[in-house]
Design a protein around this ligand. Sequence first.
Ligand code: PEP
Length: 250
Amino acid sequence: MRKAIIAGNWKMNKTPKEATELVNALKPLVKDAVCDVVVCVPAVDIANAVEAAAGSNIKVGAQNVHFMESGAYTGELSAAMLKEAGAEYVIIGHSERRQYFGETDFTVNKRVLAAVKAGLKVIVCVGEKKEERVDGYTDALVSYQTLIALTGLTPDEVKDVIIAYEPVWAIGTGLVATDEQANETIGVIRKAIEGKYGKDVADTVRIQYGGSMKPANVKGLMAQPEIDGGLIGGASLKADEFALVVNYDK
Ligand code: PEP
C-alpha cells in the first residue's frame, strides 16, 4: 500500500515573508492529512518555510538543483546547499525547466543522481506535449523519460523516487487529463519501471499526477488505483485551496 503524496509547486511565486504566511495558514488546515504534504518553494523561501513548518506535518522542497557539488557555476545551487537550508525534497525536470531552461533527459538524470547522493528525496517530472499525445508517442516517451532519469540509481534508491506524470498540455492551462488517461499513463510508467527494476520496486514507487489538479477534480483522480498523489501548481498558492486538495479523502 503506497502512501499518497501531495506536493505544491509554488513556481516563481511568494517572497520569504509570504512563504511564512502561507505555511502558517496551511498548517492547521492540513494537520489531519492522510497523505504526505510537501511545499516546493523558491530557494530563497526555504529557510522561512522550514521555520514556519517546524513541528507540523508539512515538508519543504526545492524546485531545481544543480548536478555539480560545488564550483564555478554562477547562480546555481547544489544539493548539499538545499539540504542544509532545510529542503527534504526537490523537483527535477519540471516541464517549465525543460521548455525555458534547456533541461534534457540527460541533465535530469545528472540532477537526480546528485540529489539522491546528497540525501534529498526527488520528484522527477515526465510528460508528453499535446502533439506527442496526438501522434501516439505518449507511452514510449514517458517510459523513456522515466528510465533515463533513473539510470545509475540502485533499485532501493529507485523505490524512494517520486515520479510526477505531468502532461505538458495540462500544466497551468486548466485542461486536465481525464481520470482514466492519467491512470493509464501512470500505469505505463509503472510497467516501464517493472521491466527494468522488477515488480517489487514498481509496486513501491509513488507516481503522482500533475496538471491543473484542483479541489474540483482531485477526488476523481485520487480514486484511480495507479495515482499516488499530485503535483499542484496554481492551486497550491492559496492555503484553503491547497488544503482542499490535500484533504481529498474528507
Ligand atoms: C505544476 O506546476 O507542476 C503544475 C501541475 O501546475 P498546475 O497545477 O498549475 O497545472
